[in-house]
Ligand binder design. Structure first.
Ligand code: MTE
Ligand code: MO
Length: 220
């Protein structure tokens, strides 16, 4: 794909998603309570395939050169390379995906490093309240530290027992099941801890700062 086509696609996609935010696309005005027997949040439909959504640039990161930096308001900033990442305790957890464009995909088995372990190593300072994920495609997204610390959050390198493919964010992506999927940064390269919030790529383009699908937190 030529550079022109790439950035044209990107600009068009960004404009369309900004328009959805202005229109309030898919909003039903009927928020529901998570876990009340229903698996599908309001305005969502289930898909069996797994759509690919990003800004049209899928960085090709060789696992031998992959590194994750964890820094900012932490007592123990560190860098994991691929071997040290795999040497950390590994977990497999199953969760649902809810994309703000309207599709949900149930029962995704992710394998990787649990957020509880990452936080025990990094040891956030008392002033740390927020996190920003930085990705290899230039994408960023923000979450509150207490939301990042939810026990269903992880850094995944595998999906359904297979290495995470490049198009879905491999070598490693963030998985935050309780929020719309734009918070789950693909190709993550850095996790920065902050005292003050710093909205990310979609959060400054009309999307909600948090993103609870049950509450229809689609737009700001
Ligand atoms: N680095 C990066 N992460 C990203 C994005 C992106 O453009 N770049 N898009 C987000 C959005 S809007 C969605 S819906 C999901 C899509 O993940 P998938 O392609 O694996 O379905 O990734 C999220 N994480
Ligand atoms: Mo998305």
């Amino acid at each position: 794909m030529a550079d022109d086509d790439g950035s044209g696609f990107r600009d068009k996609l960004i404009r369309r998603k900004e328009e959805w935010a202005r229109e309030g696309r898919l909003l039903t005005g009927k928020p529901t309570v998570a876990g009340a027997g229903e698996r599908l949040p309001p305005g969502q439909r289930e898909v069996k395939n797994w759509p690919v959504l990003d800004l049209g640039v899928q960085p090709d990161i060789d696992r031998t050169r992959w590194k994750l930096t964890v820094d900012g308001a932490v007592r123990n900033p560190f860098v994991w390379d691929w071997q040290s990442f795999l040497a950390q305790p590994q977990v497999t957890m199953t969760s649902n995906i809810h994309c703000v464009t309207g599709w949900s995909r149930f029962d995704n088995a992710w394998t990787g490093v649990h957020v509880e372990h990452l936080l025990s190593v990094a040891d956030p300072k008392s002033e740390a309240r927020h996190c920003v994920f930085h990705s290899h495609d230039g994408y960023t997204t923000n979450v509150r530290l207490d939301h990042f610390a939810d026990l269903d959050v992880m850094l995944a390198h595998s999906w359904a027992g297979e290495p995470l493919t490049r198009e879905h964010g491999g070598p490693v992506r963030v998985v935050i099941p309780k929020w719309y999927f734009w918070k789950s940064a693909k190709w993550v390269r850095r996790i920065e801890f902050l005292a003050a919030d710093r909205p990310g790529f979609w959060e400054v383009r009309g999307y909600h700062n948090e993103g609870d699908p049950w509450n229809e937190d689609r737009y700001s």
